[in-house]
Design a protein around this ligand. Structure first.
Ligand SMILES: O=C(O)CCC(=O)C(=O)O
Length: 296
């Protein structure tokens, strides 16, 4: 459970870092599982439903940028997303009934871990109310050099920015058009086992990993169970199965919040990394090796 001060801080700023949420044994188990996934990426040459590959990936040197929806690919990931060490913390922010919206594991490997441009998760999946957040379980120690998640405090109370380029959804906002002061961004650093929390409307991004250490961040997106997705429910059984705490409801709570729909869809669908290839203006640096590959 969070303290009253932590809840007040989250409501005001839109983020939190909670230390020691999971133990060293769980971290070691997750790392071993991930190493197995990366090893199997040798046999994959293109992005698919499991892997988002770095542009410089080869079978000899497998380079995984993201494991997509890990909870669908291994029961241990699914169990962790429903682990009460995480969901009990979130009950202080979302209420007792909580649904998992999605999961992703962003790898940010040493030497080539790619940046993620500034965006609001809300631009990807608007709901009937905005009681949604994402947690980031730090599977490695994370400091300013290995590409921490960066957030702009208080922006969860502001507008929903346009995440389109040339009329198509690109999953990134135009840093110049927003007038936001990115020098005020706060890096969410901490020891492995800590958990970051950011509100669904908070502007965030993250820079290159310029260190010799990896930065694995296991992201879980959660919604209050009475927040229903405006893009619709494709599979009601799966939707209900994703209630990780409390009970399901078919009575959505509707609260006004600024919304932009992520349509028309972008040229590069599949994950935020693919989406953001369509963004016209970049804020974060790109590795030279990746720049050459994109240009080629
Ligand atoms: O990996 C990160 O640091 C940021 C990831 C993120 O914001 C996202 O995948 O939506």
């Amino acid at each position: 459970m969070l303290s009253e001060d932590q809840v007040a801080f989250y409501r005001e700023n839109g983020y939190l870092v909670v230390p020691d949420v999971v133990d060293a044994e769980t971290i070691a188990e997750m790392r071993a599982l991930i190493d197995g996934f990366v090893e199997k990426a040798r046999f994959v040459s293109e992005n698919d439903s499991v892997y988002d590959l770095e542009l410089t990936h080869t079978p000899e040197k497998p380079r995984v940028r993201r494991i997509k929806t890990p909870h669908k690919h291994h029961p241990r990931f699914k169990a962790l997303a429903a682990d009460s060490r995480i969901t009990d913390v979130l009950a202080s922010l979302l209420g007792p009934d909580i649904r998992l919206h999605g999961t992703k594991l962003n790898m940010k490997s040493a030497g080539y871990g790619a940046a993620v441009e500034w965006h609001q998760d809300w631009a990807f999946y608007p709901h009937t109310n905005d009681d949604l957040l994402a947690t980031g379980l730090l599977l490695d120690d994370c400091d300013i050099e290995n590409g921490p998640l960066m957030v702009l405090p208080g922006t969860h109370k502001g507008p929903t920015y346009d995440h389109h380029a040339e009329g198509r959804f690109c999953g990134a906002l135009d840093p110049e058009a927003t007038g936001l002061d990115f020098s005020k961004a706060v890096p969410l650093t901490g020891k492995a086992g800590s958990m970051t929390i950011h509100h669904v409307r908070l502007v965030h991004g993250s820079s290159l990993n310029t260190s010799t250490r990896s930065r694995k961040l296991l992201l879980h997106e959660y919604a209050a169970a009475d927040a229903w997705p405006l893009l619709g429910v494709k599979d009601y059984d799966d939707f209900s199965d994703r209630v990780v705490r409390g009970t399901q409801t078919n009575v959505p709570r509707v609260v006004p919040a600024p919304i932009r729909m992520p349509y028309p869809r972008g040229d590069h669908e599949g994950s935020i990394y693919e989406n953001q290839r369509g963004s016209a203006r970049r804020y974060f640096a790109v590795y030279e090796e990746e720049r050459k590959t994109t240009a080629a």
